[in-house]
Ligand binder design. Structure first.
Ligand code: ZN
Length: 242
């Protein structure tokens, strides 16, 4: 099996389309999205519709929950909150309903799919210390794919020790547990503005992770953000990947 794992599209149509084109050439069996299809960006309907039309397996992110009215964005920063309210106003009822019906997590035979953390869907797993209470919660599934931080990285738990890596390739060891973030499609925050995705390959004798980064037309997305009257900082940060 070959999976493309993506996350945090955030209504960035140009990044999303470019990533899907890349995935097309990779001949994967399944695409899995770890949530936050919408929020921040100017194209919520287009992005949700692509997910629906392509039958992309997807879970619910915190921005999705806020955009479809399942939660109020009380803990969001002012700019994120503004973007949530903009998205609520601009998303179609049908697409909003689609978001409401998404699951919060999905359990596969040998991996778990989540947005934030296992203990709390809103928790950010940024540093090793953030993952300490998460690894014991990974039981049968030794791998958890998560998003939310918009940072391409993975944590390994082996022999009681947790390490963090930003390598772009890795062979998955059967003795270890992993928490793996594919990075963000539509709003990377690891100082690399290119859209991020992850390929997870499961062969009979080997499991392998390969990260990919792709350039997309950032200027086109920025123009739409300005035209939509979203906060201009949401456009500027795309240039820096932060
Ligand atoms: Zn996000």
């Amino acid at each position: 099996m070959k999976y493309a794992i993506i996350s945090d599209i955030h209504s960035n149509l140009e990044a999303f389309k470019t990533v899907l084109k890349k995935i097309e050439n990779l001949a994967v069996d399944q695409i899995i999205c770890l949530g936050d299809i919408v929020g921040y960006g100017p194209s919520p309907n287009e992005c949700v519709e692509i997910v629906r039309e392509n039958n992309i397996t997807c879970i619910l992110g915190n921005h999705d929950r806020a955009a479809c009215g399942m939660i109020d964005p009380v803990y969001f920063n002012p700019i994120a909150k503004q973007a949530v309210l903009w998205t609520r106003k601009n998303i179609s009822q049908d697409n909003s309903q689609f978001l409401r019906n998404l699951p919060t997590t999905i359990e596969y035979d040998n991996f778990l799919v989540l947005h934030g953390a296992i203990s709390d869907p809103d928790k950010y797993l940024i540093n090793i210390s953030d993952t300490e209470e998460e690894f014991p919660l990974l039981a049968d599934q030794k791998i958890g794919f998560f998003g939310h931080t918009h940072i391409q990285t993975y944590f390994t738990y082996l022999g009681g020790v947790i390490t963090q890596s930003k390598n772009s390739e890795a062979v998955v060891k059967d003795r270890a547990k992993y928490l793996i973030n594919p990075g963000s499609v539509g709003q990377p925050r690891d100082r690399d503005p290119r859209a991020s995705l992850l390929v997870y390959e499961v062969d009979r004798d080997k499991k392998r992770l390969t990260y990919k980064r792709v350039d997309y037309d950032i200027g086109a997305t920025q123009k739409k953000i300005f035209e939509a009257d979203l906060n201009p900082s949401l456009a500027q940060r795309l240039s820096y990947g932060y």
